[in-house]
Design a protein around this ligand. Structure first.
Ligand SMILES: *[C@@H]1O[C@H](CO)[C@@H](O)[C@H](O)[C@H]1NC(C)=O
Ligand SMILES: *[C@@H]1O[C@H](CO)[C@@H](O)[C@H](O)[C@H]1NC(C)=O
Ligand SMILES: *[C@@H]1O[C@H](CO)[C@@H](O)[C@H](O)[C@H]1NC(C)=O
Ligand SMILES: *[C@@H]1O[C@H](CO)[C@@H](O)[C@H](O)[C@H]1NC(C)=O
Length: 390
């Protein structure tokens, strides 16, 4: 069951407390942002993760460079939780180590390996991984240009509810996350099998591309039966299903075609509802899959003959209106319409994702993907004031 009312209440309280000094801010569609992006500030490093290596050590190179940043981030999360309830942290630390062995392979060993490489407790790294199943707010777009080329892009917004800094107009956790953004090339048999944009220390995939085959993004779907409850029930041993961000790794590893990927993402049982946005390399291969835990609620497809040359997904079902306090869909569509199908390419889509509030204080990165060429470009993002908190 949907909990639109709870959502409205939570958001309204937040809006009232947060936005007294930050008025809602929307702006005209941006232009020329792609060219102007300061690449020296905002391109994350690329690491290789070899799937033929032992899961316990395959993340070592990433953690050698990003381990301290990951621990700083976990420290902040624990601080925030501690402010809510010291008992909570105590319980987490007691419970979680026993839970790791419930994780499917190879994720259990990967998480243990990351803990070992950084000296962080297993429970902390697991907590860090659980977090992304819960607090991700995003915008994803698949667009087909007049030549039939497909572009898949996303903003990843993360850190909602996580410590608003009234003075600096920033979200504490979002600030700690930006240095963790890395491009990962997953290697098998000595070749790059697929690529992903990750937060170092996180073993699932929220943004990924398998060159020539598919690209993929995941957006949170808020729901009473959603990420938080799903994870809690899983921890308590009451619930079966795939983690929403582990299934995509399986898909990227094993799907031989776009249709294969859609079929896998549509059928398998999940721990929580979610949106999977998928693109292929051929005209028409673009879809938003709206998932309930057990079933697929809806598949929204590109249909250029019907005039639908793009699909946009934020964090709401396509058949209902986004709430007034969080409408990123409308500005995204407006800017895509203004751009037009003919001019639809990386620069123009980057502009759409640079328009406030599609770009907001939670935005950590923008990723641009193109399956036919295998291109993946990632840019770290900041949103200068005035800018909406989400
Ligand atoms: C479409 O293809 C033509 C010829 O290959 C090229 O000149 C043009 O830039 C392409 N248009 C887009 C929108 O990619
Ligand atoms: C707020 O911004 C100032 C100046 O940029 C910085 O020195 C300070 O550490 C920031 N505070 C927090 C809590 O991030
Ligand atoms: C949502 O998607 C369904 C199935 O693709 C479609 O029939 C419906 O018209 C869409 N609703 C809106 C408001 O776009
Ligand atoms: C695309 O839209 C047209 C016209 O609305 C419809 O006849 C056709 O079945 C649609 N194609 C797909 C693949 O949904």
């Amino acid at each position: 069951m949907h909990c639109n009312l709870c959502l409205v209440i939570v958001w309204s309280v937040l809006a009232l407390t947060l936005c007294q000094d930050v008025p809602p801010f929307t702006e005209d569609c941006q232009h020329g942002m792609y060219k102007n992006h300061d690449r020296s500030l905002g391109v994350p490093p690329t690491f290789k993760v070899d799937l033929d290596k032992d899961p316990m050590t395959r993340w070592n190179d990433v953690m050698k460079h990003k381990g301290n940043e990951m621990k700083a981030m976990i420290g902040q999360v624990k601080n925030l939780l501690n402010n809510i309830s010291p008992k909570l942290i105590e319980t987490v630390e007691k419970y979680l180590p026993n839970i790791i062995n419930k994780l499917p392979s190879p994720y259990d060993d990967e998480i243990k390996g990351i803990a070992m490489a950084t000296g962080a407790p297993d429970a902390d790294v697991l907590l860090f991984n659980i977090f992304y199943e819960i607090f991700t707010v995003c915008t994803s777009i698949v667009a087909q240009d007049t030549n039939g080329t497909l572009y898949h892009a996303r903003n990843l917004d993360f850190g909602l509810f996580m410590g608003w800094d009234v003075k600096n107009h920033t979200w504490l956790i979002t600030e700690y996350l930006r240095p963790l953004v890395v491009n990962v090339e997953f290697v098998k048999g000595g070749k790059v099998l697929y690529k992903a944009v990750n937060f170092a220390g996180y073993v699932g995939v929220l943004t990924g591309i398998k060159p020539g085959v598919l690209s993929f993004t995941l957006n949170e779907r808020f729901n009473l039966d959603g990420g938080f409850v799903g994870m809690l029930e899983w921890i308590l041993g009451d619930r079966e299903g795939h983690w929403t961000s582990f299934l995509p790794r399986t898909v990227l590893e094993s799907a031989a075609s776009y249709d294969d990927a859609v079929s896998m993402l549509t059928k398998d049982e999940l721990l929580a509802p979610v949106y999977y946005i998928v693109s292929g390399s051929k005209p028409g291969e673009g879809a938003v899959i709206t998932r309930d835990r057990k079933e697929t609620a809806n598949v929204l497809k590109l249909n250029v003959t019907a005039g639908d040359w793009y699909v946009v997904e934020t964090n709401y079902d396509n058949w209902s209106n986004p709430p007034f306090f969080d409408n990123r869909r409308k500005p995204a569509k407006k800017c895509l319409d203004e751009t037009g199908q003919k001019r639809s390419q990386f620069p123009s889509i980057y502009d759409v994702l640079s328009t406030k509030p599609v770009l907001n204080k939670l935005t950590t990165y923008t990723a641009l993907m193109r399956v036919d060429t295998g291109a993946l470009e990632t840019y770290i993002r900041y949103c200068s004031d005035p800018c909406y908190p989400w």
